[in-house]
Structure formats: structure tokens, C-alpha cells
Write a protein that binds this ligand. Structure first.
Ligand code: S3P
Length: 428
């Protein structure tokens, strides 16, 4: 059996770095990921006067002291490739007493910011687009906001979290209604810090309510769970027989808002066990064991999508080697991720000789237990690179990925780990 530990959950790391400075006291966080996205948030918070203190070695503990009144930085904040950094930062700044300009790389400059800017403007936020309406760079001048009430068109944890952060720092109530249940890491962390926050199902979605802060927030003390979205690549590789037998992922986050891929693997015929065993600041953590399995196609309905949105690249790659048709619907949000992931997946699958049909909101893939070969263009998208890296490591397949380096955005060390765990790699 191969045992794998994945880097700390990226979504939780962003939130810990942004929320800990607001607490009254010193937060202790272990297992912070050192991916480029998380570093972007760390650097942004440092520029705003709220640095993380400690060694930047993988897994080393850091401290964050609070409470901090955010201060205006001397230069533009570069969010790099990270949509979560940019969108959550818009919310955090909008309700603060600081002013800052946010920018990002070419990919992030093409991603819509309107979804956070519009609801914040309705609450009185001062946000100025410096280039093009609805896109970075944005200049934000913090001010006292009025109560925030928003009904999202799409389930988005980034939108929900931006609004919660804005209301939190401005001490006003926030109500967000979503058509589906997006990941709830912000709510869980805030609850663990003593905030009054509730989520209740509403139709197929959720209604989240945050009451204005009356006292102080408690510091965070947590070991960040492993990132399920990083673990997903190893689960995909293992079911397709790319590892030496059974794989055990240890200490991975098992928040149900993130683990929709387990449901998909189960429906495709995978042999797996997920065993939650502990809790870190309200986040379930445990091990997942998965074995090589005969996989078949599956229909993924829109209501499954929020809990597996970042796993669709690896799902599509697994589907290419699963017998029969896989249909993914209701995933139109994929078109505005780090790349247009529907188009990127379709084009690359076709380039490898896989039968794929592009839908406006997803994909239809005709899979077969047959080797594939060719060149993959990642479009600079880390999850496209890693998903096809996994597919290329399945015995019989032969895939060249044009830009392997972009994996560092979420998973530095991914390619070394791939060499270690594959059936053809060096013996452990
Ligand atoms: C994230 C939320 C998701 C996800 C992204 C990380 C977060 O985006 O795709 O990788 O940390 O809040 P949306 O929920 O905003 O679409």
C-alpha cells in the first residue's frame, strides 16, 4: 500500500491568513500550504500590516497576531493567479479602514469580479475599476458599509465569503442566499472563532446569515487538513491502476462540501473507504483508501457540481478510461476558472483521441478501457496540467504536458510525488 500526504487545504489556508489577524490574540496554524496561491494571500496580508510569523517551510507552524487594523499598503497587491485571494480580498478591504489596489496575472485579469463588486457596491462599498468594468485591477477604499443582503445567481464560495468578510469587518449583518451549497469553510472557521453565523438549507441551496460582531473573535488553533482537491489526483490515479495497488491518503479534509468526487467515484464503480476520524476548527479530517477498480461512465447532475467543481478535470480524465458515457451537466462556472476548463478539457481529450462532446454547461465523454496518447496544452491551468499528468501515468498511456510548472499554483512537488507513487516510478 502507498501512503500519501497532500499539502494543506488551499481554501482553508486563504481563510486562516485573512481571518486570524481579526482575532483578539495569537493564532497558531500548522500545515499551511506553500503553493503560489496561498503565498499570494500571505504576501497581501503582510502588505496590509497583518503578517504571518514563522518559518515558510512546508508543514512548519506559523503564528498570526491580532487584532490588527488593516493599513493601506505602499504598492499594488498582486494576487497572482489566485481568484480566491482577489475576491475575498475585495470583501475584506471594502469594509475595512484601508485603501488598496488589487491586480493579478493575465488569467486572473480575465476572470469576472463583478459578482463580488456589485453586491458590495449596493452596500455602499467604494470600488473603482482601473482598466475594464468588472475586471482587475480594482482600487478599493474601505468604508463603513450598510447591511449586506444578496441572492447569488451561481453557487460561489468566493462570493459568499467576500460578503461575509466585508460584513464582519464593517460589523453589519450579512445574508447570502445561494442556489446550491458552495463550500462552507468560511462559515466553519468563523463559528470556531466565536462569530454568530448560521447556514440553513433553502430549496436546493443555502441561506447563510452572519450577525454583526459584538465582542472579539477568538484566535485560530488548527492543523490545516490535507487538500481534498489535491488528493483527488491520487484517487483518480489509483482507481485507474496507475499506482502500485492500494493507496491511502492520510489526514485529508473530508468536508462534505468538497468531497463530491467520492460520490462520483463510487457511482463509477470504485472500491474506496473514506474514514473521518477527527475535527480541526470545525473541519472533518480523516483517511481515504482507494483500490484499482473497473470503472464505468456516470451521469453527474447539476446538483452534485458545487461539491466537486475543482475536480472536474480529473473526473474527465478518469471518464476517458471508464467504459461507457460520462455526462457532466450544470458546470458552466468552469468556463470562468483559471482557464475555460470545459473548452480546455474537450480540446485536450480530442487531441488524445478520446470521443468528447462539448456542452455549454459541461461535457459528454465516451470512455473506453483503451490507451490514449498525445500532447496536452494546459493553457497555464494547474488542474488541467495535473489531471492529464495523472492520465499520462496510467499504464499504456503516453501524454506530454506542455507546461508542467503551473502545478505549483496549488501543488508544488506534484510531479515528484507522481514519480514516487506511479507503478513505473522508483520503488519507495
Ligand atoms: C474556492 C471556491 C471555488 C473554487 C475555488 C476555491 C474558495 O470557487 O472553484 O478553487 O476557496 O472559496 P467559487 O465557489 O467561487 O466558484
Amino acid at each position: 500500500m502507498i501512503t500519501i500526504h497532500v499539502p494543506g487545504d488551499k481554501s482553508i489556508c486563504h481563510r486562516a491568513l485573512m481571518l486570524a489577524p481579526l482575532a483578539d490574540g495569537t493564532s497558531h496554524i500548522r500545515g499551511l500550504a506553500l503553493s503560489e496561491d496561498v503565498r499570494a494571500t500571505g504576501a497581501a496580508m503582510g502588505a496590509l500590516g497583518a503578517p504571518a510569523i514563522g518559518s515558510l517551510e512546508e508543514g512548519q507552524p506559523i503564528e498570526i497576531r491580532g487584532p490588527v487594523e488593516l493599513r493601506s499598503p505602499g504598492s499594488v497587491i498582486d494576487c497572482g493567479n489566485s481568484g480566491t485571494t482577489a475576491r475575498l480580498m475585495v470583501g475584506l478591504l471594502a469594509g475595512s479602514s484601508a485603501a488598496a489596489t488589487l491586480d493579478g496575472d493575465e488569467s486572473l485579469r480575465r476572470r469576472p469580479m463583478d459578482r463580488v463588486v456589485q453586491p458590495l457596491r449596493r452596500a455602499g462599498a467604494s470600488v473603482r475599476e482601473l482598466r475594464e468594468p468588472g475586471y482587475l485591477p480594482l482600487e478599493i477604499e474601505g468604508c463603513v458599509l450598510s447591511p449586506i443582503r444578496h441572492e447569488s445567481e451561481a453557487a460561489s464560495a468566493q462570493v459568499k465569503s467576500a460578503l461575509l468578510l466585508a460584513g464582519l469587518v464593517s460589523r453589519v449583518p450579512v445574508r447570502v442566499i445561494e442556489p446550491g451549497a458552495s463550500r462552507d469553510h468560511t462559515e466553519r472557521m468563523l463559528r470556531a472563532m466565536g462569530a454568530q453565523i448560521e447556514g440553513e438549507p433553502q430549496g436546493k441551496g443555502m441561506r447563510v446569515s452572519l450577525e454583526p460582531l459584538s465582542g472579539a473573535l477568538k484566535p485560530i488553533n488548527m492543523a490545516v487538513p490535507g487538500d481534498f482537491s489535491s488528493a483527488a489526483f491520487w484517487l483518480g490515479l489509483a482507481v485507474l491502476g496507475g499506482c502500485r495497488g492500494e493507496v491511502r491518503i492520510e489526514g485529508v479534509g473530508l468536508n462534505p462540501g468538497r468531497t463530491g468526487f467520492l460520490r462520483v467515484l463510487d457511482a463509477m464503480g470504485a472500491s474506496l473507504d473514506a474514514m473521518p476520524s477527527s475535527d480541526e476548527a470545525g473541519e472533518p479530517v480523516g483517511d481515504v483508501v482507494v483500490r484499482p477498480s473497473a470503472m464505468r461512465g456516470v451521469e453527474i447532475p447539476p446538483e452534485w457540481v458545487p461539491a466537486l467543481i475543482d475536480e472536474i478535470p480529473i473526473i474527465a480524465c478518469v471518464a476517458s478510461r471508464a467504459v461507457g458515457r460520462t455526462i457532466i451537466r450544470g458546470a458552466q462556472e468552469l468556463r470562468v476558472k483559471e482557464s475555460d476548463r470545459i473548452a480546455a478539457l474537450h480540446a485536450n481529450l480530442v487531441a488524445l483521441g478520446v470521443s468528447s462532446r462539448e456542452r455549454p454547461d459541461g461535457l459528454e465523454i465516451e470512455g473506453a478501457d483503451r490507451a490514449v496518447a498525445g500532447v496536452v496544452e494546459t493553457r497555464g491551468d494547474h488542474r488541467i496540467a495535473m489531471a492529464f499528468g495523472v492520465l499520462g501515468a496510467v499504464p499504456g498511456n503516453s501524454i506530454a504536458v506542455d507546461d508542467r510548472a503551473c502545478a505549483r499554483v496549488s501543488y508544488p512537488g506534484f510531479w515528484e510525488e507522481l514519480d514516487r507513487v506511479t507503478a513505473s516510478g522508483p520503488e519507495p
